[in-house]
Design a protein around this ligand. Structure first.
Ligand code: XMP
Length: 323
């Protein structure tokens, strides 16, 4: 019988058997998959697990706090948070090209994560042999079913570490679909905001600012995005929408009139889409009154934003994200 309770019991037993009395590391992204995988492993082996969260400064409003406070409170997991905002902003300074941004964010992420990993290993001795990953069933099928090990090249000179560390993978979600992962997460008592979170790209808001990524622009976008999410949730639309990227056109300005003065601010784009699997998508026909509320609030509450536009493009030809 498939019940979340059975899945949890089975996986907890399997993880205990696999890991024994050794140690594991898990990277948390703020997303549902890594959170549920970590919570399962935590339930199985407790303090033998250490989680790592790299705060790249590109998260939406409140998301880092959700991981640092709510997730930790719900699971009791040991968490190492690396505040790498400055490092990421520095690496992204002056860069506008989308692919370039993605490469930089990916590269910095791996460096910061590996360094955190090396520090944990230096702290806890050589018994860290497992890396937890939130691989789902569709990922397994797509990649041909292979499993096994991850080679983590360590460029960091931490005393006594081998050049090339080999981790065995722990993948407790390999048999599950996304909706099942959410049910398991709920059963494990994870915060609703994490369990029901819509897809969000790894490079975060870094690829939702057209043009250079700066702290000021990120703060503007975070405010606008928070308003859009709040209103969509209040209108009960979260289940109808696959996701709704909110994009700041950082390199575009348009004239507006706010109060009794002319303004010259940035437009914000709303990109609500419906989809089954993100491979194709249709633009969501949101109720006009909801769009009106989002627009009014963003232009009233977010300094420097004087225009809100709606993206009415399907995928294809448009991708869901703008970059
Ligand atoms: P596109 O823009 O290609 O997006 O239509 C399809 C889905 O993938 C998400 N996305 C990403 N997810 N890392 C991720 O983890 C990424 O670099 C990335 N880029 C896009 C996007 O949000 C959508 O759900």
């Amino acid at each position: 019988d498939w019940t979340t309770g059975n899945v949890i019991d089975e996986q907890v037993a399997a993880i205990r058997e696999q890991v024994g009395d050794r140690r594991a590391i898990c990277g948390l992204s703020g997303g549902v998959d890594s959170a549920v995988a970590a919570a399962l492993v935590q339930k199985a082996i407790g303090s033998q697990l250490t989680c790592v969260y790299v705060d790249h400064g590109l998260m939406r409003k409140g998301e880092t706090e959700q991981v640092e406070k709510d997730f930790v409170a719900a699971t009791g997991v040991q968490l190492k948070v690396v505040d790498a905002e400055e490092r990421f902003l520095k690496a992204l300074a002056g860069v506008s090209d989308p692919e370039e941004k993605r490469k930089i964010i990916g590269r910095e992420f791996i460096r910061v994560f590996e360094q955190a990993q090396a520090e944990i290993i230096a702290d806890q001795g050589p018994a860290v042999e497992f890396l937890v990953q939130g691989t789902l069933y569709p990922d397994v099928v797509e990649s041909g079913g292979g499993t096994g090990t991850a080679n983590i090249k360590s460029h960091h000179n931490v005393g006594g570490l081998p050049e090339d560390l080999e981790f065995q993978l722990v993948e407790p979600l390999r048999q599950l679909f996304k909706d099942e992962v959410r049910m398991v997460g709920q059963e494990l008592g994870l915060p609703e905001e994490i369990v029901q979170r819509q897809p969000f790209p790894g490079p975060g808001l870094g690829i939702r600012i057209v043009g250079e990524v700066t702290k000021e622009r990120l703060d503007l976008l975070r405010e606008a995005d928070a308003i859009a999410r709040e209103e969509l949730t209040a209108a009960g639309l979260d289940r109808d929408i696959w996701q709704c990227p909110v994009v700041l056109l950082g390199d575009v300005r348009s004239v507006g009139v706010q109060g009794d003065g002319r303004t010259y601010g940035h437009p914000i784009v709303l990109r609500p889409v419906s989809s089954e699997d993100a491979m194709t998508a249709d633009w969501s026909r949101l109720p006009y009154d909801v769009l009106a509320r989002i627009s009014t609030r963003i232009t009233n509450e977010v300094r420097d934003v004087n225009r809100v536009v709606l993206d009415v493009t399907s995928k294809p030809p448009g991708t869901i994200e703008w970059e």
